[in-house]
Design a protein around this ligand. Sequence first.
Ligand SMILES: [Zn+2]
Length: 304
Amino acid sequence: MSPINPDSRISLGRRAFLQQGALVLGGLTAAPLGQLAAAADQKQRGAVRVGLVTDLHYADKPPGGSRHYRETLKKLDEAVTQFKKDEPDFVVFHGDLIDSGKSLEQEKQHLQTIVTAIDAIPYPRHFVLGNHCVDQLTKAEFLQGVGQKESYFSFDRGGYHFVVLDSCFKSDGTPYGRHNFKWTDANMPASELKWLKDDLQQTKLPTIVFVHQPLDLKDTDAHAVKNSSEVRKVLESAGNVAAVFQGHSHRNKYAEIGGIHYCTMVAMVEGSGPTNNGYSTLDVYADGSLVLNGSRKQQDYHWS
Ligand SMILES: [Zn+2]
């Protein structure tokens, strides 16, 4: 994949590392290859390694436009195989796990099918709510389905702080569910913003944020969280947020705003066949550098 991103600091990823590895191996033919590869792996692994997948839109229905709903199961299977090699500390599903069904019962079935497939991942999983997750299902039903208590929360791991956010609220603060919203009306309510402010204040650790709807767009953009500028103020004033990973628009995109990296990841559901897949492994290092190793259509990034 040729880099789409103009940012000059963005470069290496899984493929580049492999190329470098091949060069190194070529010059050191006396050492056992397996040993060298293991050493290279050791060097690459960050203080924390995270698996990332977004916009799976699994549904048992024929393709709609560029979205191949049923193929998600096969694509996820490939990601699971890669994750078993990469051994991430945890995997984050960035929202839109399912797509709409003809009935509430069918939509619950979509969730059950994809959760069963996800259960093949032998590492902890965290789920970010996407608009399609709670289109017909209530948040309580979705959370119960994936076995998670909260829609927004935080935790520490390997010297980093991780925050999962929920922007599936209408502008009046009503949570999404039972077809009660327009997808263009994504908001982070005052209560969650206050929680976020307090949460970021009580940690000195470098912080990574996971959210479904993008926070790096203009508030008026159809895909944006409508009060993005307000949320960004909270993130920027905390002074410890390194990066925000997001989905929703289905396309690779990068922006740096106020010293924070905003990475929008490619959707798993877009396109047919194995080459039209996308998922990644993120390594965060003790020195603050971050490497996103993208697979298939997912762009690679290296921020130091
Ligand atoms: Zn989506």
